[in-house]
Design a protein around this ligand. Structure first.
Ligand code: SF4
Ligand code: SF4
Length: 430
């Protein structure tokens, strides 16, 4: 993890230096155990190691440099916040991670104890003053997806400058109109914040960058169909996680390079686990940095993770903004329509009904040759815990076994999870 060369910058950001150092130490050790210990890693994984080692260093310095040039930093917690528009305003879009237990006790003074770990984490990171990303943000964009987040943002707004975007919960024509109006309102908010009028070419540029990033990960996911699996689920998850906070153009170039290396590896028949290793798909709640617990346990249990049906995974990259229509568009209104069309396809569990997700999971399992699915819900997450039953039923009908897991960011249940996952993997082998 980044060194004390950045201390002055962290002090300026008003971080609690001791608590922050403690966090970096734990993260560094965790990363070493889970990532650097892997055998047969790709050379291109050096990029991942570099980004992670500099996540609170160089990347934060880049954000400060951008701010010094007058650019604004926008933080978000959800894939519904359209990065295309942030980029169109020449602002920087960062995902605020929320994948670790930190400041939990402080968080519980603001949100109920029975709240999911993700929410407690973003509140805790702020109250404990340990997240340089949160401290760098000019605005944090929240959304009205689940009730937990909605209410937590009210409390969070006492500590950060918040903007709330309304996200519909159904997919009727009026819901489409609502999201379309919200796209426009977000665009106008960005214009106010940056003093820049967003034009057709700006949005087209934003779409090209975001689509480029999504296509790079789509390419990576297609390569994961190979057996032996050419990349570990841990590294693939990390790539998805990094896509939320690294510079998008650099990220795309690096992942495309990594895909070239993977292709060469597939041609040679090489992989991270022997051919025939049981293949699993993870489905459910987003796993934010540094939540690597589940893929680590799965891959230590004799299986390999071949896909992530999650917002930090396929849900964020499956659909592109229509490129042909974008090229033909001549007005901002047309482009906002296209953005809305794309975002309305997101199959978050906050929608009712949400049958698309069931089909998408079944399709993914088939395409990736997954013999089983692990459904992951954070404790106290109503939307995803509810959907676990439906996903199970859909997969059963297709003959694909599923294991439902509810957990949080703590390590207390690692042994118990390991036992359950090993038993599940054994049933796949027999
Ligand atoms: S799971 Fe739903 S609420 Fe959470 S990030 Fe994804 S789209 Fe947003
Ligand atoms: S994990 Fe579930 S409860 Fe937590 S923020 Fe996401 S949707 Fe809401």
């Amino acid at each position: 993890m980044a060194e004390s060369a950045y201390k002055e910058m962290w002090e300026k950001l008003n971080l609690d230096i001791d608590a922050h150092e403690g966090l970096l130490e734990v993260l560094g050790k965790f990363y070493g155990d889970i990532y650097l210990s892997q055998q047969g890693r790709l050379q291109g994984a050096e990029y991942l190691d570099f980004v992670l080692s500099e996540v609170h260093g160089l990347r934060i310095k880049e954000l400060q440099d951008a701010k010094a040039q007058g650019r604004k930093i926008i933080g978000s917690f959800c894939v519904f916040v359209p990065e295309e528009l942030t980029l169109a305003a020449d602002a920087v879009h960062v995902g605020l991670c929320s994948g670790a237990d930190a400041g939990t006790e402080m968080a519980e003074t603001m949100v109920p104890r029975n709240t999911c770990a993700l929410i407690k984490s973003f509140v805790g990171f702020k109250l404990a003053k340990i997240c340089p990303f949160t401290e760098s943000c000019d605005v944090v964009v929240g959304e009205t997806t689940c009730d937990g987040k909605k209410k937590a943002y009210e409390a969070f707004a006492e500590h950060v400058n918040m903007y709330i975007m309304e996200v519909p919960q159904q997919k009727n024509a009026c819901d489409h109109d609502l999201l379309r109006a919200e796209m426009k309102r977000y665009m106008e908010e960005l214009e106010k914040l940056t003093g820049k009028t967003i034009g057709v070419d700006d949005i087209k540029k934003g779409i090209a960058i975001a689509n480029g990033k999504r296509k790079a990960i789509q390419g990576l996911n297609a390569l994961r169909k190979a057996d032996p699996a050419p990349i570990s689920g841990r590294d693939a998850l990390l790539i998805n996680q990094i896509s939320f906070y690294d510079d998008p153009v650099r990220f795309t170039a690096k992942i495309n390079e990594l895909c070239d290396e993977i292709e060469a590896r597939i041609e040679k028949g090489e992989g991270v686990a022997p051919k025939g290793t049981p293949r699993l798909l993870l489905a459910g709640c987003p796993m934010a940095v540094p939540n690597w617990k589940l893929p680590y346990i799965v891959e230590g249990s004799g299986a390999v993770v071949v896909g992530e049906e999650s917002c930090i995974g396929s849900r964020n990259i499956r659909d592109l903004v229509d490129e042909d229509a974008t090229a033909k568009a001549t007005t901002v209104d047309e482009l906002l329509d296209l953005l809305t069309d794309r975002y309305m396809k997101i199959d978050c569990a906050c929608f009712t009904p949400n049958d698309e997700r069931l089909d998408n999971i079944a399709d993914m399992a088939e395409e990736l040759g997954a013999q089983g699915v692990i459904h992951y819900a954070l404790l106290f997450c109503q939307p995803y815990s509810h959907e676990a039953f439906k996903v199970d039923k859909t997969l059963q009908a297709k003959g694909v076994p599923m294991l439902a897991i509810e957990t949080d960011y703590g390590m207390e249940d690692v042994e118990q999870l390991k036992t359950r996952i090993e038993a599940f993997v054994e049933t796949l082998e027999s």
